[in-house]
Design a protein around this ligand. Structure first.
Ligand code: UDX
Length: 423
């Protein structure tokens, strides 16, 4: 069945949601408050680096199923479903700031037809479904929680081929209507109450962050005892209770979700009287990981006054997002120690950080550098001309925080090389 859906907010969650629902055959109107953004979206130009999204947006525009309007109030009048996909940034005390979501709900309230289902997709503290109900102030509008589990860089694929769809509402009929929107998507659909749906989102991200900090901690143990983390992780990953996914050691985790959501659930727990010390440990292991990686560089070379080349600035490969990027955490620490950092990222052209110069290619980053640090796992870094890099650098030290480069090939060329969790 074709439904009319309004999506409020065209960030990576809103735009992916809108374009994918149009791809599934629904009529979708996406709204944002920024006029230039709406103008460029109407032309099929998308403001983010997201695999497959541009194609879906163009497809939706061409089929007439995907439209863009300025202002939420202009999108919702005819809608049977309204998806709220506005930001929930971290507030000053670590909790999520709900002002955008409340403002959006308040703005659309008077325009909604009776029976329209309002769906919250933003990541919000437990109890927010009820806050949205209050902001709407209408007993004839059911509110449903439908959290997203989209990874940046593979958001379209995650939407269309999800591991599961979670729907939370006290109104089971409304929950069933939302479930029906996903016809054509092969995935278990789970219906529960709003608090459980909201908690599921935080619990998933907290668990994944825990898995990563655990991985990085095991990498540190491997370095200390002379084991190879790749083999150790392969060895534990074959245990089906553990699995191979999300076991890549790195410079620490970052991005727009994990740092914000782990802090938020720590605060939520605290406010409810539970000290989530396990997750506090997970967060501090992550901070230590930035320091540990930088220490590998400073143990090799005196960075005060030296140039350090940084390959990768985005928080992971496949995205241009630098929010809470481990690369920038490391750059800040290196700059504080007197280094000049020259960074290159295939998807990032500018970063506002004193002491970090963003250059146009990997070789320009290496020119005059005493050390090279791999911060983001872009595939293309594997194929760099190592002889050329050796000729450009003044000293030959490599810290590979993603175990990406060919350590044998580097050592043969006289580089000192240190990866993560293996010698
Ligand atoms: C995450 C969740 O995966 C997604 O379900 C949620 O909805 C939003 O947050 P995202 O932030 O896009 O998605 O990135 P993700 O791929 O999960 O990576 C997060 C961080 O962990 C990155 O810094 C990445 O480099 C790091 N990471 C990931 C590792 O270091 N090792 C891994 O094995 C996987």
């Amino acid at each position: 069945m074709i439904n009319r859906i309004a999506v409020i907010g065209t960030g990576y969650v809103g735009l992916t949601t809108g374009a994918c629902f149009a791809h599934l055959g629904h009529e979708v109107i996406c709204a944002d408050i920024i006029p230039e953004k709406i103008e460029s979206l109407r032309r099929g130009e998308i403001p983010i680096h997201e695999a497959g999204l541009q194609e879906l947006v163009k497809e939706g525009i061409a089929s007439g199923l995907l439209k863009f309007v300025l202002g939420a109030e202009n999108a919702v009048g005819d809608a049977e479903f309204v998806y709220l996909c506005v930001p929930t940034p971290q507030g000053a005390d670590g909790s999520a700031d709900l002002s955008y979501i409340q403002a959006a709900a308040g703005e659309i309230s008077a325009k909604l037809r009776s029976g329209t289902v309002v769906v919250n997709k933003s990541t919000v503290p437990v109890g927010s479904t009820h806050l949205v109900e209050q902001a709407l102030g209408r007993s004839d509008i059911p509110v449903v929680s439908n959290p997203e589990f989209l990874r940046e860089g593979s958001a379209v694929d995650d939407f269309l081929n999800p591991d599961r769809v979670v729907i939370g509402s006290d109104d089971r009929a409304a929950a069933a209507q939302v479930a029906a929107l996903y016809l054509g998507v092969r995935a278990p659909i789970m219906v529960t109450d709003p608090a459980s749906a909201e908690t599921t989102k935080y619990a998933a991200n907290a668990f994944l962050a825990t898995k990563l900090s655990f991985t990085n901690a095991i990498a540190a143990v491997c370095e200390a005892v002379g084991a190879d983390v790749n083999d150790v992780l392969l060895g534990i990953g074959y245990d089906s209770r553990i699995g191979h996914e999300f076991l890549r050691p790195g410079p620490g985790w970052g991005g727009s979700c994990f740092p914000k959501d782990t802090r938020a659930i720590i605060t939520i727990a605290e406010e409810s009287g539970y000290d989530f010390s396990l997750l506090k440990g997970v967060v501090s292991v992550n901070e230590e990981q930035f320091d540990r990686t930088v220490r590998k560089v400073t143990n090799m070379v005196d960075v005060d006054g030296a140039t350090v080349a940084m390959l990768g600035l985005a928080f992971k490969a496949g995205t241009d997002d630098i929010r809470e990027s481990p690369a920038l955490e490391m750059a800040k620490r290196l700059v504080a120690k007197g280094a000049k950092v020259k960074g290159f990222d295939p998807a990032v052209s500018a970063v506002d950080l004193e002491g970090l110069e963003v250059v146009g290619d990997a070789y320009a980053a290496c020119e005059g550098a005493s050390a090279l640090i791999v911060a983001t796992e872009w595939d293309e870094f594997k194929w760099l001309d190592l002889d050329k890099i050796a000729g450009l650098m003044v000293e030959h030290h490599v810290v590979d925080s993603r175990n990406l480069l060919d350590r044998g090939a580097l050592r043969r060329r006289g580089f000192t090389y240190q990866g993560v969790g293996r010698s």
